[in-house]
Design a protein around this ligand. Structure first.
Ligand SMILES: Nc1ncnc2c1ncn2[C@@H]1O[C@H](COP(=O)(O)OP(=O)(O)O)[C@@H](O)[C@H]1O
Ligand SMILES: [Mg+2]
Length: 145
């Protein structure tokens, strides 16, 4: 698939950067004229992935988060969120609704939210090396009808 536009960014795994990366992703997809709902869904999915890097990957200490965004053919958006943290022992189990290794304030619904707001969610992880989450979402935009 042809890559029509791309950005790459790395930033510290600090919670203050959650809103920063939501805004970056929103600005990146603006030329596709997304609906408010499409934009909110994409930002929410990205937030969940970034929050996971902050909370789980680096255990509340500070590491780097790497984000790549691509606009592909037919208005498909691909966002890759990568960390070099702890990794996930069993990805399939981690993606089960309500599963969490976090404290009682975590819902265990982050991956479920990503899956319901995106067309595809792919997770690759290895213990000790880190995790890469790839989100794919088609933006139909406001000018279709
Ligand atoms: N980037 C990551 N690095 C390490 N573990 C992760 C990462 N993302 C998710 N996990 C694991 O997957 C579990 C489920 O994640 P999620 O569905 O977002 O729920 P929650 O964040 O509420 O625990 C987490 O509790 C954690 O064990
Ligand atoms: Mg989560």
């Amino acid at each position: 698939m042809e890559v029509k536009n791309e950005f790459k960014l790395s930033f510290d795994s600090r919670s203050v950067n959650e809103s920063f990366c939501r805004l970056v992703v929103a600005a990146f997809v603006t030329p596709l004229d997304p609906t408010i709902e499409e934009l909110t869904d994409l930002k929410t999915a990205v937030s969940e992935a970034v929050t996971n890097c902050i909370v789980h990957a680096y255990n509340d200490s500070c590491g780097k988060i790497y984000i790549t965004g691509q606009i592909l053919d037919d208005n498909f958006i691909k966002i890759r969120i990568k960390d070099k943290g702890l990794g996930i022992e069993n990805v399939q189990r981690a993606m089960t609704p309500l599963f969490t290794t976090g404290s009682s304030d975590r819902s265990g619904l982050g991956f479920t939210v990503m899956q319901s707001f995106c067309d595809r969610v792919n997770v690759i992880s290895s213990l000790g090396s880190g995790t890469t989450v790839t989100l794919i979402k088609k933006i139909n935009g406001r000018n279709k009808w």
